[in-house]
Design a protein around this ligand. Structure first.
Ligand SMILES: [Zn+2]
Length: 159
């Protein structure tokens, strides 16, 4: 059985979860992407700007307008990178819902937040982030997939 860990840091724009930083780790290869915004900051509604500012300052510290990958590529990226994966583990309902809506019948998505054991790692903000983050506060999807991998590996070995 092949599995991968996915973590996402994003923005909520027009009530829709929008991926900014995506990380995928299967225990061997790490893939990560930083997506361009779908709407430029200057074109956001005031309420969305407030949300964007809050998420930037308090959650992940990735500038709203940052990004190198065109957002239209995201479904192809997920389909390609997860083509040989049976199970995707993710922590958080918004992230699980996003993945469920973005693809892809063959992958089973497991939300680790629903695990009742208290051993599921917390994804606390730390200063150990990749270079996408411009503040020291932050949640980093690359760090998160490494943190979650150890937990999932031990959990599956226990089967
Ligand atoms: Zn990061």
């Amino acid at each position: 059985m092949n599995f991968a860990i996915v973590d996402i840091q994003g923005y909520v724009i027009n009530n829709e979860f929008t991926v900014k930083e995506l990380a995928i780790y299967d225990g061997k290869d790490l893939k990560s992407y930083l997506f361009k915004p779908t709407v430029q900051y200057s074109d956001l509604y005031t309420s969305d700007r407030k949300t964007a500012n809050y998420l930037y300052h308090n959650i992940h510290g990735i500038p709203y307008n940052a990004g190198v990958v065109d957002y239209s590529e995201i479904n192809d990226i997920l389909e390609n990178d997860l083509s040989s994966v049976d199970i995707v583990f993710v922590k958080g309902q918004a992230k699980a819902d996003f993945l469920a809506s973005a693809f892809m019948g063959w992958v089973h998505i497991v939300n680790l937040e629903k695990d009742t054991t208290d051993q599921v790692p917390n994804l606390e903000p730390t200063t150990e982030n990749c270079n996408n983050h411009k503040l020291k506060c932050c949640n980093c999807s690359i760090r998160n997939v490494y943190v979650l991998f150890g937990y999932v590996y031990n959990k599956l070995i226990g089967f």
